[in-house]
Design a protein around this ligand. Sequence first.
Ligand code: MTE
Ligand code: QUE
Ligand code: MOS
Length: 753
Amino acid sequence: MKNFDAINHIKGKSIYIDDFVLPQNALFASVFFSPIAHGKIISFNLEKAKSIDGVVAILSSKDIPGENQIGGIIQDEVLLAENEVHFIGESIFVVVAKSLEIARKSKKLIEIEFEELPAIINEREAFAKNSLLAPPVIFANGNIEEGFSESDFIIEGSFSSGGQEHLYLETQGAFSIPQEGERIKIISSTQNPSAVQKQASKVLGISMNKIEVEVLRLGGGFGGKEDQATPWAVISALAARITNSPVKLVLSRQEDLLVTGKRHPYSSDFKIGLNKDGKILAYEVTYFQNGGAVADLSTAVLERTLFHATNSYFIPNVKATGISCKTNLPPNTAFRGFGGPQGMFVIEFAIEQAANKIGIPKHEIQKKNLLKDGDELHYGQIVENSNSESCWQKAEIQFNIENQIREIKRFNSENQLYKKGFSFMPICFGISFTSTFLNQANSLIHIYHDGSVSISTAAVEMGQGVNAKIAIAAAKTFSINIERIRIETTNTSRNANTSPTAASSGADMNANATILAAKEILARLIESARTELNANPTDLIEIIDEIVFVNHEKTNLTWEKLIWRTYFNRINLSAHGFYATPNIHFDRKTNKGKPFAYHVYGTAFTIAKIDVLRGISKIESVQIVHDFGKSLNPEIDLGQVEGALVQGIGWVTMEELQYSENGKLLANSLSTYKIPDIYSSPDKTEVVFLDNSENRFGPLSSKAIGEPPFMYGIGAFFAIKNAIENAKQEKSKINSSPITNEKILLELYNERK
Ligand code: MTE
Ligand code: QUE
Ligand code: MOS
């Protein structure tokens, strides 16, 4: 079974926001964005812009009937600027016109005068000026001073990782249609329909039950449409309300690149202590997160950085401090891994620096410190069913890594113009929203009396195959052909109070809720069949492959007949399932608890080759042992691993967000912002499934897959760095990601001078 959408995607028949057939009276909105990073609005004049034929309205914050506030976690984000602007791309006015061309033409005639104020671009500068989005947060365990005093080696350093543009293929957009009365329907490309509903209700000043949010699918989200799809949906709803017409708002690629937030850049200071045997005894780290101008999800992202500070290692004494810095950039936001990658990168760098200083291979320290069952993580969760060591050991054997390392050494000794390097990248990623309340989902199942099945959940299909997974879970529970099942659009009128499809738990939680609903209907069907077949109360009734069995004996009662008879006898063929992840909790006063239902593990072995003359790097191979649990669908899961891996490699090797001193994104097109393509993908990618992995929290014992494999990409950074060091015959001073070809060349060239 493949992803449901595969065929229609390939034929170009799948529908996105921009493809909906519009009503005749539809209008088009275009937003006037702040051209400066920080300043006061002194005056403006909209007369010329309004005079253009076909312009219906130009809206500002004054036109908002409710509250001008869309902050998700912290209430610090206006929908439309009032007196001040805080980043290039902040929305100020909305032009609504009969065509997009007219709206864009009109926008150019808007006159506005600012008093520019100093802008902060860098997180360290923000910290120095005490410009913070929230107070610092500390996660700690053990006794860090004792840990260092017992250490034989102490290494200190700094490391920074860059931002990352989501580059979903479908840009942000929404389409709103006024309905009877005050009601409004919003079709949005969002990962979080309930957030759109809530914020639209606030801005329009009407209750949530008057707003219906509908999502068909996204052309990719990757976290970029978790919080940041909301403003466009709300603006289109506001414009629809005020003009009483359907209004579409879709960002152009250039607008999307310029005005939306990205993965948070981080800059971090660390200190790591080890004993003679390579055991890590203490780790102290401070993360400076570049949050942008408003909080968005930054505090939740930072928290996940703190959770993943030690990656898949046991460290008895930890002190991790997270500081969310307020800068004049567009608000940075969720991106696959949600701060986890930024945290894991620093410990990997710290271990590498420690290995260099002690003079032993990095992977010996890594291997020695892997998590074991019973270890207590720095946030209090006890490690259970750790597959950390089993993934590592399986990788060593299955990929014959000893031989490969010998082969790399031989290659390097025989070649001057090319050098190879390698790395191990183990991962450990916690599954569950770390804000416990978000770990809930519901599912609505109808069986129609022809035997076909309709399932509605809050899961948003964004390419990750969640619809196929939910259908598989239902088909297995009912034991029916998957062709009978239709997964409906995501709609707030069918599923209420839902969490974003995020934290890799969309498939997990929505499939679990679906299984609960299906089991409820199944119990009624079994009793209905018992009556139908005049069976005894003690007889075992089962449905197997659409046929009813009594005491393991096949009957001639089929699924379709059973469904019709059940309906005819006036028995409910619908159910609503509710799932709340059990036994998770986290106390924000002590920063201790059991925030995650479980962890996902794996190990990647990466080989990189650099061209010593030109500085060009190539990832030759990535070999992974990954803990999938019992995969619901190996093809989809494999696709997730491969896609996430390449996205991770892009982050650490080539994607570079350059901003000007005054806060303008310079890498604002695909000619200046390079993302990995098929040529920069590894020549060889091999993914091996860890066997015998179970998971009682995952639907049918599966494990979440969406984000964890992103972190395998970090291995590319260290493999390239290792290749540079093999070329230079000395340790490299590179302490920032991405490790671009330019950086490689400079590092090699400086050495030769
Ligand atoms: N895969 C595709 N093709 N497109 C996406 O946008 N988003 C990722 C991941 N895989 C994404 C994707 C992110 S950030 C998350 S959190 C998960 O999918 C969300 O889906 P899930 O919870 O169902 O795994
Ligand atoms: C992972 C996530 C999210 C998260 C925590 C994770 C996420 C998200 C939130 C969140 C937290 C508090 C809120 C809120 C959202 O937390 O995606 O609205 O008030 O949105 O560990 O992916
Ligand atoms: Mo994913 S970053 O949790 O949308």
